[in-house]
Design a binder for this molecule. Sequence first.
Ligand code: GRF
Length: 220
Amino acid sequence: MPSPAHSAAKGREVSADLPSSWRIVVLASGSGSNLQALLDAASPDWSVVGVVTDRPAVGALDRAELAGIPSAVVSWGDYADRDAFTEAIAGAADSFRPDLIVLAGFMRILGAAAVERFRGRIINIHPSLLPAFKGGHAVHDALDYGVKTTGVTVHFVDEELDHGPIIAQEAVEVLAGDDEATLHARLQKVEHRLLPEVVQSLALGQPEVVGRKVEGRVKP
Ligand code: GRF
């Protein structure tokens, strides 16, 4: 749960007996390069305090271990259905007492219960300019469609896939001769800068969300 210091006001208040640094929990499924970007960018205002993955033996777990950050694995296959999996993932994330949960390459769809539990405190990074190219093959789909510009989106998570209110976006040009690997590499360069910028910005003061609109420019 967010500390009262953070939930009570838009701006950040610091009090003697409350932690002044936001606790970030990262959910990941793969190599964890975005997790690494967050680990490297930690500031006095926030840091990664826990990592949860849906698979054992993924790069994200190695990165967490190297950084001395505790982690938990909640394997999809161990649960009867999405609701049970969601409950387990949400419980694991909550055990790290997050102020903010970041889905950074987390490839499972969480049930509505998790969205309800963490609404306004859970964000996702996606490698396209949403609402274009939702889903797990955004880079391939953008190339396939022939767009000249794609990009990166960071958004609050809601009940629909890659859909919640958009916090920040940045465009990336598609170059002649790009394949999925070259384009994804340029997108990831942007991701690794944009995601920590957004986290820093949120830690300094929660923006107002009115319907789909995230008020103000959420960048430091
Ligand atoms: C990123 O491109 C992210 O946008 C997408 O999955 C990829 C994860 O990469 N959702 P990594 O595991 O952070 O390296």
